[in-house]
Design a protein. Structure first.
Ligand SMILES: [Zn+2]
Length: 350
């Protein structure tokens, strides 16, 4: 079940003081979701409820120093507000959009925010805020959010994927976010499902992302229409002032357009093929799918589940549930806070 929202406004500072108290002390963590467009902050309690939130635009800050200054001032203000409202802040968790050395809290680089190469984010923030800080990549953080507070509750082995322009992934194994020794694990999007297949953004051929990522999906639809495939999409694009998006293809599929139904079925089958392999390797209890491409219900979940049943070993296929993500836009900051709770032992692996 989704934890109840105690505040839902985006931006602006909203304080609520009615969150549950345990043993007289209200524990909380500051979760920070750094995105290419905006940075979201939230004061989050161990139940995943957001007591206080704020956000600012990433692009409005000049360079790394400017963004760091804004991060520090927001975290300090959150700390003060939290203390005034009777919370004990256990630490700061950061979800960051790029490869991270999780142990050192070092940002290798951000693909979409310039100037962050080799930034010791944990060290800088700890010395400037005097709070313990944990940093992980955004895909892992979202997996942790779903594991603790969303669709993964009650399972110890979870694969959580965000299906958007690309595919982001996080693996929770035996109750722990799995990163690997170089913190590069969980790149589910780059599982190769066809050795001589489509070219992927990573430079390889046949990665599942080259079939299921939103950008590749649209490229393929366009190529097929150009080759003369018959679809209601052609007339929609001619007569309506609309862009070709996965959502539009989903609408056409729901209206019974055979071309659109086929392309969604194929997309689900490609993803299902990669996931069937993962089921054989990891025997997960749950596979959680979120992000724009997963928002089209049965169109994607139907063929994914059917393909896993067909291709994974029956024992692994029987024990996995494929479910939609629950946390939506809050997953990033709630999961960042979960980094603190899991490292502080406030939420034990179940
Ligand atoms: Zn790739």
């Amino acid at each position: 079940m989704t934890p109840p929202r105690v505040s839902s406004a985006e931006g602006g500072l909203i304080a609520l003081q009615s969150l549950e108290t345990r043993g007289g002390v209200k524990k909380a963590a500051i979760g920070v979701d750094i995105g290419g467009t905006s940075v979201k902050l939230g004061l989050v309690n161990p139940r995943g409820q957001v007591a206080l939130r704020d956000s600012f635009l990433t692009g409005h800050t000049p360079g790394r120093a400017g963004l760091l200054n804004l991060l520090v001032s927001h975290i300090r203000r959150f700390g003060k507000e939290a203390a005034r409202s009777g919370f004990k802040v256990l630490g700061v968790g950061i979800g960051a959009p790029g490869p991270i050395d999780v142990r050192k809290g070092l940002v290798h680089f951000f693909p979409n925010i310039p100037g962050w190469r080799n930034t010791p984010l944990k060290k800088i923030l700890q010395s400037r805020t005097h709070l313990p800080v944990w940093v992980d990549n955004d895909a892992g953080v979202m997996a942790l959010a779903e594991y603790f507070f969303g669709a993964g509750r009650g399972s110890r082995n979870v694969i959580a994927l965000t299906l958007g322009t690309g595919i982001g992934g996080g693996l929770v194994i035996d109750g722990k976010l799995f990163s690997g020794p170089a913190f590069s694990a969980a790149e589910v999007g780059h599982i190769i499902i066809n050795e001589k297949g489509r070219l992927c953004a990573c430079g390889n051929r046949g990665c599942v992302e080259a079939y299921v990522g939103g950008r590749s999906f649209i490229r393929e639809v366009k190529a097929r229409l150009k080759k003369g495939a018959k679809s209601v999409l052609s007339s929609w694009l001619r007569t309506r002032n609309t862009a070709l998006t996965p959502l539009l293809v989903a609408q056409a599929a729901r209206r019974g357009d055979p071309f659109s139904k086929k392309i969604w079925r194929e997309t689900g089958e490609h993803l299902g093929t990669a996931l069937a392999g993962l089921c054989n390797v990891l025997n997960p209890e749950k596979i959680i799918l979120g992000g724009g491409m997963a928002g089209n219900g049965r169109l994607i979940f139907g063929p994914v589940i059917a393909t896993i049943r067909k291709k994974a070993f029956p024992i692994a296929a029987r024990s996995v549930k494929v479910v939609p993500a629950k946390l939506g836009v809050d997953a990033g900051l709630v999961g960042a806070a979960a980094l603190v709770f899991s490292n502080k032992g406030t939420r034990e692996a179940r």
